[in-house]
Design a protein around this ligand. Structure first.
Ligand code: VGL
Ligand code: ZN
Length: 202
């Protein structure tokens, strides 16, 4: 815990939401975000804290049909990635997701892209049913799915904490990731890092 930061105690009503930590966004993947593998050990730290506190963990995954509209052969901006059921769509093998992780698949419709985990999914009703009021959000990519998921979480009234040490950007244009972080903070997200979390003792 660094002295200039306030510790955060995990409490009932908190949940961890991990965004799209999938092989295609990692080193060697078809849409790899620079340094994205670095989020895995940090997310494992958050995962340990949430599991120790008995709090829910959710993970979104990009889950596209093979002819998705966001893919270049269909005129979209991206190389084909995260095709449902393919190896590239797997969660990072080193990510220690709990057995009871709640998986949210998104952007499953060929004709629509969806960067937010809340778009066309059961995420919001599911969180409400579970009594979640504060969401800790990290993963990939800062400038796309993390940005849009955080914006929607704020709009939907969740207290939203951005895991600043557990996100990486695609950075199509240099600075996209930094601008996305600034935008999220401006919209009301609070930035946290793992050393803020006071729940784990050795
Ligand atoms: C994403 C680009 C295309 C993301 C998904 O998960 O941030 N980015 N599809
Ligand atoms: Zn996608």
């Amino acid at each position: 815990m660094s002295s200039h930061t306030h510790p955060i105690s995990l409490q009932v009503g908190d949940a961890l939401l991990i965004v799209d930590v999938q092989s295609d966004f990692l080193a060697g993947g078809s849409l790899a975000a620079p340094q994205s593998d670095e989020v895995i050990p940090v997310l494992n730290g958050y995962l340990a804290a949430f599991q120790q506190a008995g709090l829910p963990v959710l993970a979104t995954r990009d889950w596209h049909p093979s002819d998705h509209c966001s893919f270049r052969p269909q005129g979209g901006p991206w190389p084909p990635h995260c095709v449902a059921g393919s190896a590239g769509a797997n969660f990072a093998s080193g990510l220690k997701l709990p057995v009871d992780v709640i998986v949210i698949s998104k952007a499953t419709d060929r004709q629509r892209d969806a960067y937010s985990g809340f778009e066309d999914t059961e995420l919001d009703p599911l969180l409400r049913k579970a009594g979640v009021s504060r969401l800790f959000i990290g993963g990939l990519a800062t400038d796309y799915c993390v940005l849009h998921t955080v914006r929607d979480a704020l709009k939907l009234g969740y207290q939203t904490l951005l895991l600043q040490d557990a996100v990486r950007a695609v950075d199509v244009q240099p600075g996209d990731g930094e601008r996305a972080v600034a935008d999220m903070l401006k919209q009301g997200a609070r930035a946290v890092t793992l050393n803020h979390i006071g729940a784990i003792s050795p």
